[in-house]
Design a protein around this ligand. Structure first.
Ligand SMILES: *Cc1c(COP(=O)(O)O)cnc(C)c1O
Length: 360
């Protein structure tokens, strides 16, 4: 089976973990700070605050920006965690539809700005940067915070600037992502107030031992996880390079197939291909779900990211969401992700292309 995701874990990660175990400082040793410093430097921001996962990073980023009510405009075409984190903060997600790049459409954001709007949360879906120029302009004009859900976009760039450095950045280190710590997340920001508040909230609101300034959580990252992260970050650019090469190979093999729409990268963007996602429409000989079955039968891992847009999930319908967001709804029926991870061989990629090309 060619897996849809494959964490690249080797002896460097193994040694680093063993070192932490032998030190007995499993949490709140020095490794989390070391990881934070190297991640902040990599993204090009002053501060990074590591957390227990990407969802807690998002939640703390919102709360640390001073938001606990009002509305945050985000995309319905994402993993559920993007908008759940908004609900956890006390704000209400307002959904704006996407464009052909699978990311939030700035014109749709603009239409939804009201007096209640506090922030915009773009999601750099599949590793593809959002239209940050337009989004930052809207944010500036209406005095809104920008929380970038960069959970799929470690190392992605918009006009040479890393995502996660425009607004407050949030990353996840879940095993399928471009780099992993097992479970883990991180907030990136130049704003020292946001970073300080996030540090307090992450650790029971504690400034000194058993002195609690605010009501906080335990959203800490372990030193075991951070040790994996330090090693993974050193390899991130190479792993992304391999993803991009694999994506180019898939694209040259899959272009010009009737009914298959391949992902495009706009000029000036560095797409890091967390996912290589195509659309299968009615001009293809079989349905998207049928193609998925054919791939699985041929031992090729595949997945639908995501089959139900967030506003149509049962949990959100119960909250009263009933608006129609047509592009997200159409794309959710057409998208399918193919393996693109750095562990693929040349033969794997040829196999994927051959199987799709031979569907009649
Ligand atoms: C993975 C992911 C998250 C959440 O990360 P966890 O570490 O799983 O909590 C949030 N948003 C997006 C778009 C993601 O892909």
């Amino acid at each position: 089976m060619i897996p849809i995701a494959f964490p690249m874990i080797g002896s460097d990660e193994q040694k680093a973990v063993v070192q932490v175990l032998e030190s007995r400082h499993l949490v709140q040793g020095g490794v989390v700070e070391e990881f934070e410093n190297s991640f902040a430097k990599y993204i090009g921001v002053k501060h990074a605050v590591a957390t227990s996962n990407g969802t807690t990073a998002l939640e703390l980023a919102i709360k640390s920006s001073g938001i606990n009510d009002g509305e945050i405009i985000t995309t319905p075409f994402s993993f559920i965690s993007s908008s759940n984190s908004i609900l956890f903060s006390g704000a209400r997600p307002v959904f704006a539809d996407i464009n052909e790049s699978y990311t939030i459409n700035p014109d749709e954001i603009e239409k939804r700005v009201t007096d209640k709007t506090r922030a915009i949360m773009p999601v750099h879906l599949y590793g593809n940067p959002c239209d940050m120029k337009s989004i930052m302009e809207i944010a500036e004009r209406h005095d809104l915070v920008v929380i970038e859900d960069s959970c799929q976009a470690h190392g992605a760039e918009y006009n040479g600037k890393k995502v996660g450095s425009f607004g407050v950045g949030c990353f996840s280190f879940y095993p399928t992502k471009n780099m992993t710590t097992g479970e883990g997340g991180i907030i990136t920001t130049d704003n020292s107030d946001v970073a300080d508040t996030a540090r307090l909230l992450r650790n029971h609101g504690q400034d000194k031992r058993y002195s609690h300034k605010i009501v906080g959580y335990n959203y800490r990252m372990t030193d075991i996880a951070a040790a994996i992260g330090v090693q993974q970050l050193r390899k991130l650019d190479d792993m992304n390079k391999k993803r991009i090469e694999n994506a180019h190979k898939l694209t040259s093999g899959l272009k010009n197939i009737k009914g298959v729409i391949i992902p495009e990268t706009k000029d000036g963007l560095k797409h890091v291909f967390h996912q290589y996602t195509v659309r299968v429409n009615k001009d293809f000989p079989v349905s998207r779900d049928e193609l998925s079955n054919i791939l699985t039968k041929n031992n090729i891992g595949n997945a639908v990211h995501y089959p139900i847009p967030i506003h149509m999930q049962e949990s959100y319908k119960k909250l009263g969401y009933s608006e129609s967001l047509p592009i997200s709804e159409i794309f959710s029926r057409e998208v399918i992700s193919l393996p693109v991870h750095p562990g693929l061989t040349e033969a794997d990629i040829e196999n994927i292309i051959d199987v799709i090309r031979s569907v009649k």
